[in-house]
Design a protein around this ligand. Structure first.
Ligand code: NAD
Length: 246
């Protein structure tokens, strides 16, 4: 499905990003594994990809830092020769009720989760325009559609990602660059493991399919949107939430 395609996945050392990197590789793509934290975990993902027969390497960058992102994209293109797929997955949470949320918590989340998508998208666009082809998939969140108490910063960022997806899709369509988003619901990762049993129970009560999603549930939809099977789809946000928001 993705044989010969070259991809970059941000925040790919664990969780959903790791799963996306492995799924793209499983379909034949070469993958640059971006990380900001643990180099060991990123290296382990690279080894898993190489074992599948695809090419992979780690590339360190804070997605919100334009200079680092520019040099990351340069490194990816010089290693792979092209960049066909960008998955903007990196994200953080700094939850707090509005009245308690510090300006710093708001800024950190907006910088990583929203500005990061802008910076990475802008940095790959020149290359994709040259190629006259590209697929960009942004990882938003269902709470960017529904809102969520205690997450003003995160919700604002994810709603922003959905808007950014539509705008960049319109701007880049004439260059054959497709931009879509996925909006996961509650997916079982480090992010959701941090919730209390009570919070997890409340969560399940809101999900018609009555289970948390797995990172692979997200990865498979991203793989579809990154493939030629999605050539007539752009500007969309696909909910992967067990029916929670409909
Ligand atoms: P996670 O915390 O397990 O992984 C996030 C990854 O992003 C980590 O590898 C981290 O190192 C990386 N990262 C953080 N800041 C970065 C930065 N500045 N530059 C580069 N990398 C950075 O979380 P996850 O659950 O796998 O989340 C992945 C994405 O999915 C995020 O965008 C998150 O908002 C979104 N999401 C998750 C859920 C869920 O239920 N887990 C639901 C909806 C959306």
């Amino acid at each position: 499905m993705l044989k010969g395609k070259n991809a970059l996945v941000t925040g790919a050392s664990r969780g959903i990003g790791r799963s996306i990197a492995l799924e793209l590789a499983k379909q034949g793509a070469n993958v640059a594994v971006n990380y900001a934290g643990s180099e060991d975990k990123a290296k382990a993902v690279v080894e898993e990809i190489k074992a599948m027969g695809s090419n992979a390497f780690i590339v360190q960058a804070d997605v919100a830092d334009e200079a680092s992102v520019k040099s990351m994209i340069k490194e990816v293109v010089s290693n792979f020769g092209s960049l066909d797929i960008l998955v903007n997955n990196a994200g953080i949470t700094r939850d707090n009720l509005l009245m308690r949320m510090k300006e710093e918590e708001f800024d950190q989340v907006i910088n990583t989760n929203l500005k990061g998508v802008f910076v990475c998208t802008k940095a790959v666009t020149r290359q994709m325009m040259k190629q006259r082809a590209g697929k960009i998939v942004n990882v938003a969140s269902i709470v960017g559609v529904s809102g969520n108490p205690g997450q003003a910063n995160y919700v604002a960022a994810k709603a922003g990602v959905i808007g950014l997806t539509k705008t960049t899709a319109k701007e880049l369509a004439s260059r054959n660059i497709h931009v879509n988003a996925v909006a996961p619901g509650f997916i079982s990762t480090d992010m959701t493991d941090a919730l209390t049993d009570e919070q997890q129970k409340e969560m399940l009560a809101m999900i018609p399919l009555n289970k948390l999603g797995e990172p692979e549930d997200v990865a498979k939809v991203v793989r579809f949107l990154a493939s030629d099977d999605a050539n007539y789809i752009t500007g969309q946000t696909i909910h992967i939430d067990g029916g929670m928001v409909m």
